[in-house]
Design a protein around this ligand. Structure first.
Ligand SMILES: Nc1ncnc2c1ncn2[C@@H]1O[C@H](COP(=O)(O)OP(=O)(O)O)[C@@H](O)[C@H]1O
Ligand SMILES: [Mg+2]
Length: 271
């Protein structure tokens, strides 16, 4: 086994609690993540699941250092990045990419899709053959090259999410954080986006942290799963093991809450 891409130990995150900020002075800190330990193996998709407010997005934001932990270490490629400055993080940024939940709000409405995908390429000194690189990025996610001339509002939800994926993968990162990326989409579009991500992750050797509140999606896509509740990890392990023999009551409840696939429901009602 090779070393994991991420090794996280004793990770804690505290944020200012704006709801309890006094009129004068600083808001008190509230602990969001409490002592998390886990690894993300290379070239694998790890699901992070848990009810709303359990700390999934906060964990994702700490991994890609959009926020600084209050304690613990985040080893990425063997180096602790938990407390690096923004300047120190800069050369790592192209390797730590994100796909957002709502591409509607993360894609600039006044720029063409081509310009949106080209931006990170230019920032990272890949400005030569830009049109060809953008076309390649669009092809990779199954969109026609001509989409480079279009704007956000001319695309469907699924097409916008493909652009979000194209932008994140344009720089061939090692790591991609995907936070609830299919939540706003209808079921058949969800399935297409998941198939695309699965295929690209395998082709490009990506390490993916896939955040979702939907365990059926996690089961389909992920090799291992981390279950979170109230800012802690309640259970973690290989996907098959976790679904077949969950050790914790909370995990059993999450699994029991998965709706039956439609075909099963039909079969039950007629049978
Ligand atoms: N910027 C913030 N300041 C204070 N509390 C926050 C902030 N962001 C999230 N929280 C709180 O942290 C907890 C975890 O939130 P989050 O990580 O968004 O959970 P999830 O993604 O699992 O729904 C919630 O109780 C939320 O209210
Ligand atoms: Mg979230």
């Amino acid at each position: 086994m090779s070393e994991p891409l991420f090794k996280v130990r004793g990770l804690e995150v505290a944020l200012p609690d704006m709801a309890r900020k006094p009129l004068i002075g600083k808001a008190p800190m509230v602990e969001i993540l409490k002592g998390l330990d886990f690894d993300l193996p290379r070239r694998s998709v790890t699901g992070i699941v848990g009810e709303s407010g359990s700390g999934k997005s906060t964990l994702g934001r700490a991994l890609v250092r959009l926020l600084e932990p209050s304690a613990g270490s985040i080893e990425f490629e063997g180096r602790d990045i938990a407390h690096l400055s923004e300047a120190q993080l800069k050369p790592l940024r192209r390797n730590l990419q994100m796909i957002f939940q709502d591409p509607m709000s993360s894609l600039n409405p006044r720029r063409t899709i081509g310009a949106i995908i080209a931006a990170p390429l230019k920032q990272n000194g890949l400005g030569d053959n830009l049109a060809e690189r953008v076309a390649e990025a669009l092809r990779r996610v199954g969109l026609p090259e001509a989409f480079a001339q279009r704007y956000r509002h001319e695309l469907s939800g699924g097409q916008r999410q493909r652009v979000g994926i194209a932008r994140a993968l344009a720089l061939s990162p090692d790591f991609v954080l995907a936070d609830e990326i299919v939540s706003g989409l209808d079921v058949s579009t969800q399935a297409q986006i998941l198939t695309l991500l699965e295929q690209l992750a395998a082709e490009m050797g990506l390490t993916v942290a896939f955040i979702s509140h939907d365990l059926s999606v996690i089961r389909r896509l992920c090799q291992q799963v981390i279950v979170m509740q109230h800012g802690r990890i309640v259970e973690a392990g290989p996907t098959d093991q976790l679904f077949e023999a969950p050790q914790q009551e909370y995990t059993r409840e999450l699994i029991a809450a998965i709706p039956l696939p439609e075909i099963d429901a039909e079969w039950l009602s007629t049978g």
